[in-house]
Design a protein around this ligand. Structure first.
Ligand code: NAD
Length: 312
């Protein structure tokens, strides 16, 4: 019998995670509070699969069987009956998550894993809403979840090692590259590194050092080009630790240490320019059509990069 897994919340992250399970051969139940959200999620999954077919990442003949492996429901009991792995991807709101955990624990088996996709709550905070704390952990996916390989795994003081091992195995089964943190820390690994870089990028733009296009290009054509294959620590080894001693000691005192978002970004937020979701942000987009095209281009490039990385 095919193993059943459940994804709670069918939004930006949930639909992509459900798709991954279905692609890997699991029977997935995707649960949300309204059927219209589930319908929208299925449309997004269908579009994602069409793009993967176009990029020769999956065969056209696989599409229908992948879609058939996804069931949708607004009935929590139906969603979790017989499941041993639940991914929670509902809104980033603690009372909502706690309320759901409470309902969940009334209907799941004792050995069912609860893996939260939270991006800002610590495992300590989350565990306050769970009775049986040994089966709770964080599995932090990256957007778009169906394409970015990394998943950060955070265990709490009470999470059992068996649960961590089973989770890592499930994540590898769906083609992900899990990283298990030894300690919980705000922002985990990837968002801490990313935030340090984005703060400096905002600083460079704010101080007129270069145009936004060129600041981005300095990363995509420079360090970012290397980072898909060698991380910052291996880069330091290749460059020489003596060199990196000078780089860090000479630059650290002049890097931005701002704790607040710069006012030019705050102004954009206040005027409703939030980026692609509102049509304008740091960059200007000509309308919905251009935004759709840019997202598609981004995703196609991610698929191509995956193929190169996987030597496909
Ligand atoms: N968006 C990202 O880039 C990103 C990245 C990593 C992690 N996360 C985390 O993933 C989780 C989901 O984020 P998202 O961006 O997909 O949010 P989203 O708003 O796109 O989707 C959340 C979904 O949860 C549903 N929902 C709300 N309450 C519910 C309930 N009680 N039961 C079932 N479904 C419910 C909503 O209807 C919605 O469809 C959050 O914890 C977020 O912090 C998001």
């Amino acid at each position: 019998m095919t193993e059943k897994v459940t994804v709670l919340g069918a939004g930006t992250m949930g639909h992509g995670i459900a798709q991954l399970y279905a692609q890997a051969g699991y029977d997935v139940y995707m649960y949300d509070i309204k059927s219209e959200f589930l319908e929208k999620a299925m449309t997004r999954i269908t579009d994602n699969l069409d793009m993967l077919i176009q990029e020769n990442s999956i065969a056209a003949s696989e599409k229908e069987s992948i879609l058939k492996r996804i069931s949708t429901t607004t009935d929590l009991k139906e969603a979790v009956s017989g499941t041993r792995f639940v991914t929670e991807a509902v809104s980033e709101n603690l009372p909502i998550k706690f309320d759901l955990f409470k309902q969940l624990e009334e209907v799941i088996d004792d050995d069912t894993i609860i893996a939260s996709n939270t991006s800002t709550f610590s495992i300590q905070q989350l565990s306050e809403g769970v009775e049986k704390k040994d089966r709770l952990l964080i599995t932090h996916f990256f957007n778009p979840a169906h394409l970015v390989p990394l998943v950060e795994v955070v265990k709490g003081p009470e999470t059992s090692q068996t649960i961590v091992d089973r989770t890592v195995e499930v994540l590898r089964n769906i083609g992900k590259e899990p990283v298990v943190l030894k300690k919980d820390i705000p922002g985990l690994i990837a968002n801490r590194l990313q935030a340090a870089l984005v703060r400096e990028a905002f600083y460079l733009l704010d101080n007129g050092i270069a145009d936004a296009e060129d600041i981005d290009l300095a990363i995509t054509a420079g360090p970012g080009f290397r980072w898909a294959f060698i991380g910052p620590l291996e880069t330091a080894d290749f460059g020489g630790l003596d060199i990196w001693k000078s780089v860090v000691e000479n630059l650290a005192p002049v890097l931005s240490n701002e704790e607040k978002i710069p006012s030019f970004v705050e102004d954009k937020i206040q005027s409703g320019n939030l980026g692609t979701k509102t049509g304008n942000g740091i960059f200007t987009y000509s309308g919905d059509e251009e935004v759709r095209r840019r997202i598609l281009e981004r995703d196609e490039n991610f698929v191509r990069l995956s193929s190169i990385k996987n030597n496909k």
